[in-house]
Design a protein around this ligand. Sequence first.
Ligand code: 4AD
Ligand code: MG
Length: 447
Amino acid sequence: MRIQKILKQQEVEREVKVQGWIRTRRDTGTFSFLEVNDGSCLANLQVIADQNLANYDLEVRKLGAGCSVEIRGKLQESPAKGQEVELASEEITVLGWADPETYPLQKKRHSLEFLRSMSHLRPRTNALGAVTRVRSHLSFAVHRFFQERGFAQIHTPIITTSDCEGAGEMFQVSATGEKSPFFGRPAGLTVSGQLQAEVYAQALGQVYTFGPTFRAENSNTSRHLAEFWMIEPEVAFCDLACNMELATDMLKFLLRDVLTACADDLALFDKFIEKGLLKKLHAVIDNDFVHIPYTRAVEELSAVSGEFEYPVKWGIDLQSEHERYLTEVIYKCPVIVTDYPASIKPFYMRLSEDEKTVAAMDILVPGIGEIVGGSQREERYDVLVQRMTEAGIDTSEYDWYLDLRRYGSVPHSGFGLGFERLVQFVTGMANIREVIPFPRTPGYAPC
Ligand code: 4AD
Ligand code: MG
């Protein structure tokens, strides 16, 4: 039986079998306390191992952190503080030993940096186990949010021949020893499923894709990965306002959901990782997001220009320091910045009447900066062709994308939510490498 269920049901007198890993052992004169964790929840189960157990001296007294065990016994009320029930063991089978001389995870708290050097063992720690449960829960909640609203999930390709963001940050894909391109033309790992999601939005109306994306950008920051997961809804007959509403609803839904479902894990983060985390999350749910056009954001930031490494002026792409200043210092809440200069945004964003800006929106949150990037898409054939040409894109390679504007084109919008940035925001983890099981960054992909 899983420990989470045992602790929830608290059925005293019940016979159970538990399997897990020892966290600690403490001996008294006549018996030992074992703390066992099976990963189902943050809490350990306290096990009483009496000296009358057949293997007490030979094995039980040698158990230490990391050993795997199977335990049969009866649940009983715990006389001590700290837990309601404990397990009076009747049989303890050691499944796997862990040499205390070499097992790296000892009882003391290890730094997250140290744990990062062993992505194969770190999920056994409280913090990384909790991150993993929260991440899994959020992933499920993402699907629930869209499925409940009638969105169809589209499995967009991982190997693609189009560079959605036009930033040239693709990893190339080729077959080992290939003589001519396997796909007949250069292909790469996707940077975004958006263009293909647009195809399906213009047939099914409301779709989303949630998959891995890859960027060969050489940025070693606490918010960038070379492989990350992105949630990308795409909605037909939807303008920028409707897009912002969907993103806001989704973020609030996900936070509300995870606060109830993962209360214990979040309490751990609130205590040890980011003090005030729960308050921050509740504030996001309870308050409106600020909406400001890029031009206004630049004015606000220019007024405090001395604060920044990169000077602010109209036309620049906002740097992380600017984004964070807006959301952390000026507004102290999530901020949606809209109407960015066309010159710094990709070809697919809809050109506004001023012909200088596009119908874009980024959502910035405290501690992270940009968490969502989205836009209304250019649905006018001629304007799109012009924007692509200006961007130096060979339009003949995007004939399929242009066809969507030739045949029954409709206004449509979408956005991308970086899943790891969401998990960072929810757990308070300062470094994005803590919130994905096996991070990939420049120079780093150990297994
Ligand atoms: O702003 P981005 O580049 O937008 C797109 O890719 C659009 N095609 C999305 C769309 O409209 N369907 O990326 C979207 C989000 C960012 O806001 C950020 O949260 C995350 O993806 N992101 C990254 N997360 C981790 N590591 C990276 N290197 C990331 N690059 C972007
Ligand atoms: Mg962006």
